[in-house]
Design a protein around this ligand. Structure first.
Ligand SMILES: *Cc1c(COP(=O)(O)O)cnc(C)c1O
Length: 796
């Protein structure tokens, strides 16, 4: 085991070697780089051992294909999982180095938009921590999700240059490059893997996240002795095009615009990923691929990697010489698919012409898949043209990626009970009728190691002091906190932990925004991507309502609240940007109004990312999960908040339904239309917002304020929001749920006055959060879909 003294000496030496400077002169970034590079030393052997063990034991392995991974910072996770966090913290303290400052020098690996990429990162952590043979496969974007700042109330985007610090965790494997072939005129591109170790918690497993980068192919066809200007132009075009492939992450969350480069990225990912997997299998286990489905599982995270289906068919047929039927049998038994959304605008479809010209052979295969699939349907449902047209993989000139994913895989899952039911009853109903055995649910989860142990060490320590450390390995053991729910002593300790986190957040906000918060006010938090269906606008409207009431009656008896928002809007999403502007405008108006006597404060924090989430969530009293019922597939921040003792106010949507089941109706505040009621609303058109606008004076007052000059903006800035809210069927039922939301907020106010009851609720939430650990989710995938088993990597 490493000693403190060894750590101290090693760090000084490494700083000298890397930065060429002494410890006193070194910046936080230098110290971070040195420590991270030392961790690389510890990982190497374990990584090799893990890979070798899987190969020797012929372990079935899963490859999780995802166009996004959002791991956040890795230093603390890696130290902790290696069991080196304590010794290093002590060593750093003795050297006079602030560990937090050093760790904060790391830039977030922000290769994802939000929930989808974060889920993939939580799954990798759980796979490794459960000792399961599972790896990630993604794209190494040069620029991650844009950096957001707010200037004059408006979102401004800047490129995220995370790689400028040279990502210390990645290992470039130039020798393992593969080529990816596009149709003419694009031709061949080289894909170079960058491997990032994924370290298991308290075991010897080190799995791999392999991220692909596009590079110029070797051996360009040029005659150097007679380069014409035309040759040079062509070369440059090729170079620019290749570099563009892995340059940027598309910043649209749940919106697919059908951009050409995105299709290129999708094929680049799956072709490179599959080629390297197949090459590895053939090297280690021989050239017969007939049993591929017993050797590997490929999981596609949403439809972005769905071209894995025709690409695997192509490899098995064109390169391995198999016939269609055998290749199809192997492909469909290898691939499984998770659906992440039912929003129509988020469902991927590619114009036939575009796909055919970019990827002629892949299109040919998809065409054949469609022909055979439709023939099968015709046999089963003779004469039912409408049904077959509705299920076809190619229809109306488009390739429908969800249909391709369902037809070409053996398992289709949603990400929460409600969402899976909606898939079966509605979005994919015909597919469910056709192959019900493919459909299942896997409720999402979050890694309790990052979201509790790392993000909230004070709470983790309190829990361990109270019930022992078994919850770290088996998070459902958090239920052993239940007997302490009514304990005043435990409640007081939890109160102190929450207060400490609120003060830390308040300090961050003061340092960065010069806003002073009352840390005894309720921290009422909504942090997530800005999207109409998530209804930040509903939240803003009720703040306007509360503000009006308080203005009218300054003596109004309310618990002081601090409203905290954060989240990025897609750069082209006009309405979402308007919502940000509204929130920032309200903060200017309300924070500076002396009549409010600091009873209300609003902050919009810039550049929401994993690290900011780790700072905000432990400080929250109230978790706002208020999407239109039926629209949020699962949500995962709802789980992070409950695990940190916040009380959820939410709709019966996504995993909120299961959180309510877990904690009981008395420990969550639920309001609003159900998914069925919301659907009925849309279908019957009975929910014309004008009816509510005319009936409810509070609605009218708030909505009118968007256009009547009450808000401190010049001109008609918020008219688009006004029109959106009153459009007969444009909105996400904000006004329909408004009254119920106000009632629910009043209930929260009452609940939080009784401190004993409130902390009891918080403890029950923490105690029941174990089932939302991604360890549970990943175990379910491993057992029921991937059929992989844990490996115990031996000590060498
Ligand atoms: C957890 C997380 C999300 C997902 O939040 P939802 O509220 O479930 O949409 C998005 N972004 C970041 C940075 C996260 O950590």
């Amino acid at each position: 085991m490493l000693t403190k003294e060894e750590c101290k000496a090693a760090l000084q030496k490494r700083i000298l070697a890397l930065a060429g400077t002494s410890l006193d002169e070194a910046s936080a970034a230098d110290k971070y780089a040195a420590l991270a590079s030392l961790i690389r030393d510890y990982i190497g052997q374990r990584w090799v051992d893990t890979t070798r063990y899987y190969d020797d034991q012929k372990q079935k392995q899963v490859y999780y294909f995802s166009i996004e991974f959002l791991p956040g910072r890795l230093l603390d996770t890696n130290l902790r999982n290696l069991g080196l966090r304590e010794v290093w913290c002590e060593a750093l303290a003795e050297l006079g180095i602030d560990y937090t400052e050093l760790a904060n020098a790391e830039r977030d690996a922000g290769l994802g938009n939000g929930g989808l990429g974060r889920l993939a990162a939580c799954f990798l952590d759980s796979l490794a921590s459960l000792g399961l043979p599972g790896h990630g496969c993604g794209i190494r974007y040069t620029y991650g999700l844009f950096e957001q700042s707010i200037i004059d109330g408006v979102q401004v985007e800047k490129p995220d240059t995370w790689l400028s610090d040279l990502d210390i965790w990645e290992y470039r494997k130039a020798g393992k490059a593969v080529t990816v072939e596009f149709g003419p005129p694009l031709g061949t591109v080289k894909a170079v893997p960058y491997d990032i170790p994924v370290i298991g918690f308290d075991n010897r497993t080190v799995n791999t996240l392999r991220l692909w980068s596009a590079e110029l192919r070797d051996g360009l066809n040029v005659n150097y002795s007679s380069l014409t200007p035309g040759d040079i132009r062509k070369l440059l075009e090729y170079k620019n095009w290749v570099e563009a492939i892995s340059q940027i992450l598309y910043p649209d969350d749940r919106y697919e615009e059908g951009r050409h480069l995105r299709l290129v990225q999708e094929y680049f990912l799956v072709s490179a990923g599959l080629k390297s997997i197949i090459r590895h299998i053939k090297r280690k286990q021989g050239s017969n691929l007939s049993y591929l489905a017993n050797q590997i599982a490929i999981h596609i995270n949403d439809t972005h990697p769905a071209l894995a289906i025709p690409e695997l068919m192509r490899i098995l047929m064109d390169e391995e010489g198999m016939g269609w039927d055998e290749a199809w049998d192997i492909t469909t038994h290898t691939i499984s698919y998770t659906n992440h959304t039912v929003l129509p605008e988020a469902l991927e479809k590619w114009p036939v012409d575009q796909l055919r010209s970019l990827l002629p052979r892949i299109y040919e295969i998809i065409h054949e898949i469609n022909e055979r699939f439709c023939a099968e349907l015709w046999k089963r449902y003779p004469g039912e043209w409408d049904r077959i047209a509705a299920m076809a993989v190619i229809a109306d000139g488009f390739v429908k990626m969800a249909h391709l994913a369902v037809a070409g895989s053996h398992s289709v899952n949603g990400v929460a009970e409600l969402h899976s039911r909606i898939l079966q009853d509605d979005l994919l109903h015909l597919f469910y009728q056709h192959t019900p055995q493919k459909f299942n649910n896997k409720t999402n989860g979050i890694t309790h190691r990052r979201w509790l142990l790392s993000a909230n060490p004070g709470l983790a320590g309190l829990i361990t002091d109270t019930i022992g450390p078994a919850w770290l390995q088996r998070p459902t053991e958090l239920e052993r906190l239940l007997p302490f729910a009514a304990s005043t002593a435990f409640q007081q300790k939890l109160t102190a932990v929450k207060q400490d986190r609120k003060e830390a957040l308040a300090k961050f906000i003061f340092d960065n925004y010069h806003i002073t918060l009352d840390t005894h006010s309720l921290f009422d938090v909504q942090v997530k991507r800005i999207h109409a269906y998530k209804r930040q606008l509903l939240n803003a409207l009720r703040i306007m309502e509360l503000y009006q009431r308080l203005k009218a009656d300054p003596g109004l008896d309310i618990l002081p609240r601090t409203f905290i928002f954060a989240g990025k809007a897609a750069p082209g999403y006009y309405l979402a940007k308007k919502v940000i502007q509204l929130i920032v405008t309200l903060s200017k108006q309300i924070n500076n109004d002396p009549a409010i006597q600091d009873k209300l404060k609003i902050v919009f924090l810039e550049n929401y990312n994993v690290s900011l989430a780790e700072l905000i969530i432990p400080a929250a009293d109230i978790s706002e999960q208020i999407s239109t019922a039926g629209k949020e597939a699962s949500g995962t921040s709802n789980m992070k908040f409950m695990m940190n003792g916040a009380i959820t106010i939410g709709t019966l949507d996504g995993a909120n339904v299961e959180i309510r089941e877990a904690v009981g109706d008395e420990n969550i505040v639920i309001f609003g239309l159900t998914a069925e009621e919301a659907t009925a609303c849309y279908q019957t058109g009975q929910c014309d917002p004008m009816i509510i606008y005319n009936q409810d004076e509070r609605v009218r007052n708030c909505v009118n304020q968007l256009i009547d000059g009450s808000l401190p903006v010049i001109g008609d800035e918020f008219k688009p929001l006004y029109e959106y809210l009153l459009h007969p069927n444009g909105a996400f039922l904000e006004l329909q749920d408004f009254a119920a939301y106000l009632d629910a907020q009043a209930k929260i106010d009452r609940l939080f006055r009784n401190k004993h009851a409130r902390w009891q609720m918080a403890i029950k939430n923490i105690a029941h959060s174990g089932r939302f650990s991604s360890d549970r989710t990943v175990k379910e995938y491993a057992d029921a879909i991937w059929h992989i088993r844990p490996a115990e990597i031996p000590q060498r």
